[in-house]
Design a protein around this ligand. Structure first.
Ligand code: LLP
Length: 439
């Protein structure tokens, strides 16, 4: 069982998060239920913000909101002094509705539509990160027609292969993301951007992947990017004023992962800042304004998901299944990536784990498993399970598969709780279904 600070076992043997009894939360809000601990998010954002300032100076931490996007989280992030990265019109809309200032937003996406570019420019988004020649041209033409100039960065691929699942590696030579720094594409994109009147190129962006523990990979990316900044300075006589090194810091899911304290996460930023400072000094570069974009590590460990155990199936000599009232519709990561999680019995934390279970969802396919190899007390119908570290990329990737409702999301602090997102009703699920005239 992990011992992260957000979670405690109460005298009644129940799991507590942010001072709230998980069994009571399950009763009050029903299950499945996404629960976020506000203090964890505040603490880690504080650590990131302060470490960047102390170790590097001029820069901004952007919360990569694809990890978990709703109005409330943008409101909280804004209060904590971070900006955010958004990757779609929908995330941009939600961020603005959440009250974050457009100037503090950076817009990503490898295929932004014309409508998304227009929305971003009209909203006054701080920086747009372009990822195609045609996007630079389309954006520049749009800005010229509006008599404005948009600050942009270019996404480049530095070719750093990080050790993570291949679906979330992003800087391999065959990646769909970024202009390659190896084959001349990036130089051509820079030349195009510099000659485009509607945009002002302030720097380059890279993101090497997600759930990466090796700090050397981030240091290597910083080194390669500054090598490239030097090359551009020497060959094109142009010096960038900003650099964005993306996100990707690994977090704790199971005992196979490194366990860091909240303060321990500062090391990722410390290593990046120190490497970068060394590189710019050595290469005689102007110190760029530094953007970092952690997502998973801000909300991942802050979140848990609560379920009620339903049917239990023991296939003798083969496997024990405990089926819960959720599934791949709200917890898709095991089905997608084979992701692993720690699961605990939230109503019986002091009971000895004696059995091994596969936690199955209620969707109609065998791959609908939430977690494998979970050691738990012998479960019975009605037990409350908590899956830990579910705060990133679960709610944000939820679907209505099998027309299941996306569950509510709540925030807890000092034993108090309230909705961040209300759960869907059946009417919500069927809302878009049209009275088709061909029927
Ligand atoms: N910046 C960019 C440009 C990104 O593409 C990403 C993540 C991040 C920042 C944030 O990375 P993080 O700090 O969260 O690792 N759905 C997958 C993860 C996909 C990550 C996509 N990009 C999962 O569930 O593991």
């Amino acid at each position: 069982m992990n011992t992260r600070d957000t979670l405690k076992t109460g005298k009644n043997g129940h799991l507590f998060i942010g001072g709230a009894d998980c069994v009571e939360l399950a009763e009050k809000y029903s299950t499945p239920l996404y629960v976020y601990d506000k203090k964890y998010i505040e603490d880690i954002c504080g650590v990131y913000r302060d470490t960047l300032e102390k170790e590097y100076g001029e820069g901004r931490v952007l919360y990569a909101s694809k990890a978990f996007s709703c109005k409330g989280i943008y409101k909280l992030i804004d209060k904590l002094g971070l900006g955010a990265d958004v990757v779609s019109g929908g995330e941009l809309y939600t961020a603005l509705e959440g009250g974050i200032s457009a100037q503090k937003l950076v817009m990503h996406g490898n295929n932004k539509t014309d409508a998304e570019l227009k929305f971003a420019v009209e909203s006054g988004v701080g920086v747009i990160v372009c990822d195609a020649y045609s996007e630079i041209e389309r954006l520049s033409a749009l800005c010229e027609s509006k008599d404005t100039v948009q600050k942009i960065m270019l996404r480049v691929n530095p070719g750093v292969e990080a050790h993570t699942h291949h679906f979330v590696q992003t800087a391999t030579p065959d990646s769909k993301f970024g202009f390659s720094m190896m084959n001349g594409d990036a130089v051509r994109a820079i030349e195009l951007a510099l000659s485009s009147k509607g945009v002002r190129l302030i720097g380059l962006h890279c993101h090497i992947g997600s759930q990466i523990f090796e700090k050397e990979s981030f240091a290597l990316a910083a080194e390669k990017m500054t090598d490239f900044y030097k090359k551009i300075k020497d060959e094109l006589g142009y010096e960038f004023e900003a650099l964005n090194l993306g996100g990707g810091f690994g977090i704790y899911y199971t005992d196979d992962d490194k366990k860091l304290s909240v303060e321990g996460y500062a090391d990722y930023i410390r290593v990046i800042a120190q490497t970068l400072k060394k590189c710019i000094l050595k290469k005689g570069l102007k110190k760029p304004f530094l953007f970092l974009e952690p997502g998973r590590s801000i909300v991942g460990e802050a979140g848990i998901t609560l379920y009620t155990v339903g049917n239990i199936k023991n296939i003798i000599g083969i496997k024990n299944y405990a089926a819960v009232d959720g599934g791949m519709f709200e917890s898709p990561r095991h089905a997608l990536y084979g992701s692993r999680y720690t699961v605990v019995a939230a109503n019986r934390m002091n009971d000895k784990a004696t059995e091994r279970y596969s936690i199955a969802g209620k969707c109609c396919e065998s791959g609908d498993i939430i977690a494998e190899d979970c050691f738990l007390p012998e479960l019975k119908r009605g037990d409350i399970l908590a899956v830990l570290s579910t705060g990133a990329y679960n709610y944000s990737m939820a679907s209505n598969y099998n027309r299941n409702a996306v569950p509510p999301v709540i925030l807890v602090e000092n034993g108090e709780s309230d909705y961040l997102v209300k759960g869907q009703t059946y009417e919500d699920i069927a809302r878009g279904d049209a009275d088709c005239k061909l029927l």
